[in-house]
Design a protein around this ligand. Structure first.
Ligand code: C5P
Length: 219
């Protein structure tokens, strides 16, 4: 592939899925393994970029990469906002929890205390991608991901266009997820939207090849 076309660029990639603790031993999480984000980080590094991977609970190896480990959305937010200050490109591939428990129990939640039902109250998490987009410097590029379970391609595009407008990022990578698609699979199929809502790339195949196509757009 086009060698070193990202030489000297500082690229931050977030990957994986955030976990929100309920008590010292339990969390609310999602099924993101971090695979597409790790492939993006690897591809960017191969192409000469100086890459920082902010990793939330990866289920794939990230050997050879500079990794900063986080777990909760608050930790990912702090790490991403800090690294973004010196980054040329920020790619938010992580699946960030939209909600977290409004309080975290100090001790294990006990069924003999709770009885037959346990109600959880969740509160909204900050939207990190929105914050990064609002704070971006001239020339900095911010990329978001959208994982949708919507099957109809036209409807998915509409959701993507609404999302990129709402988030304020430069590019949005749309991919379908479901019980057996997207999360954890070896392959992916994505559509990349620009801020205008125009489709600027479509790619399918291995997550490594999809990563390179996304980076082609950014390069
Ligand atoms: O709104 P939605 O979760 O579909 O948006 C997905 C995109 O927004 C991803 O790039 C994800 O990393 C980012 N996101 C975020 N903060 C949140 C929720 C999502 O940065 N609280």
């Amino acid at each position: 592939h086009a060698r070193h076309d990202l030489a000297g660029r500082r690229i931050v990639v977030t990957a994986g899925g955030t976990r929100e603790p309920l008590d010292p031993v339990r969390f609310i999480g999602n099924r993101s393994t971090g695979r597409q984000g790790v492939e993006l980080a690897r591809a960017a590094a191969r192409r000469g970029a100086e890459v920082t991977l902010i990793a939330a609970n990866l289920e794939v190896p990230a050997d050879g990469l500079r990794v900063q480990h986080v777990s909760t959305t608050a930790e990912l937010q702090e790490a991403a906002l800090l690294s973004a200050q010196t980054a040329d490109v920020v790619i938010m591939a992580a699946a960030v929890a939209d909600y977290r428990p409004d309080s975290v129990a100090d001790e294990k939640i006990k069924k003999d205390v709770q009885g037959d039902e346990l109600a959880l109250r969740l509160v909204r998490n900050p939207d990190i991608l929105h914050e990064l987009s609002a704070a971006r410097r001239a020339g900095q590029v911010v990329v978001g991901f959208a994982a949708e379970t919507e099957r109809d391609p036209e409807r998915q595009l509409e959701l993507g266009r609404a999302k990129i407008a709402r988030k304020g990022c430069d590019f949005l990578v749309l991919n379908r997820v479901g019980w057996s698609e997207g999360f954890g699979t070896a392959t992916n199929a994505v559509t990349v939207l620009a801020a205008s809502g125009d489709i600027v790339a479509e790619a399918s195949g291995s997550k490594a090849s999809v990563a390179d196509r996304i980076l082609d757009v950014l390069a």
